[in-house]
Design a protein around this ligand. Structure first.
Ligand SMILES: [Zn+2]
Length: 293
């Protein structure tokens, strides 16, 4: 399973695995299908900040007087890119200056090449480009043009947008995007919504054990609204509650290992029915390894 493409776009609880190039139907899409363009829609989160749903993960658009700072660029295809640009043009006629990509999965990075061709600088945490090396997506997303280690602030038209790396969770290169003047944070797939549980992409450096600590970093920011990778905006209390649930899951997993539950029974033995979701563990070996370290 390690070598398979990893999508995190699906709202379905089922993890979507597949080698098929984007543009063909894949399993787990719950009839949404990945063929052809998927509808996109824009909503205002706060004045000057918009989110665009559909065709992959949520995209955020921060408007400034000198251009736009965009977060995550949808699943790869000319149609998805063109439809995204149509949504963006309805928000503002100003050009996109920066794209921040929150991790390497192609529902966030799929159109990096098209943004680069349009003259857009792409910012990512430095592990994103490393994770792309072995990422077997077809087409493989283009690398970010600017990378950072812990923190990087973009300033445009008097507006600051901060990229933060707080550690491993969904992958080893998860960027949290903070809009300080609006008290909004984009948390990407560090927080899932509905019945979709958290996914630690171990092949991409993800970690359930580090996840709560990474969320402490998010909670150290002064925000009242969070935008997850999929689904609508949530509150600070929602983020806090999500962290508690991940902690509960990890504590139960640790206890199960301590009690001697063998690896092949681990996931069955951990109680999750009161969490509202099932954690997605694509590699139990590596999960077990970090629990016994
Ligand atoms: Zn993802």
């Amino acid at each position: 399973m390690l070598s398979k493409i990893l999508f995190c776009a699906s709202l379905a609880a089922a993890l979507v695995w597949g080698q098929e190039p984007a543009g063909r139907g894949g399993p787990g899409g719950r009839g949404r299908g990945r063929g052809g363009p998927q509808p996109q829609a824009t909503q205002e989160v706060k004045p000057g900040l918009f989110m665009i749903t559909g065709a992959g993960a949520n995209t955020e658009v921060r408007v400034t007087s000198e251009g736009l700072i965009v977060v995550d660029g949808k699943l790869p295809s000319e149609q998805n890119y063109n439809a995204l640009m149509e949504q963006i043009k309805m928000i503002s006629p100003l050009p996109v200056k920066y794209l921040i990509v929150t991790h390497h999965h192609q529902d966030h990075t799929g159109n990096n090449d098209r943004f680069i061709a349009a003259g857009v600088q792409i910012l990512a945490q430095e592990n994103l480009n490393k994770n792309l090396v072995n990422y077997q997506a077809n087409p493989k997303p283009a690398s970010a043009t600017i990378t950072y280690d812990k923190e990087h602030t973009l300033t445009l038209g008097g507006v600051s947008v901060e990229a933060h790396y707080f550690g491993r969770a969904h992958t080893s290169g998860d960027t949290v995007v903070y809009f300080p003047d609006l008290k909004v944070v984009a948390v990407s797939d560090i927080v899932t919504t509905g019945t979709t549980g958290p996914l630690a992409d171990y092949a991409g450096g993800g970690s359930f054990l580090d996840w709560p600590k990474t969320m402490d970093g998010i909670l150290s920011l002064d925000f009242d609204t969070a935008i997850p990778g999929n689904g609508g905006p949530i509150t600070r209390a929602d983020v806090q509650a999500y962290k508690t649930k991940v902690e509960t899951f990890v504590a139960r997993a640790r206890e199960a290992v301590k009690q001697g539950v063998p690896k092949d029974q681990l996931m069955m033995q951990i109680k999750t029915d009161d969490l509202g979701w099932k954690p997605r563990v694509p590699n139990v070996d590596l999960f077990y390894a970090e629990l016994t370290k």
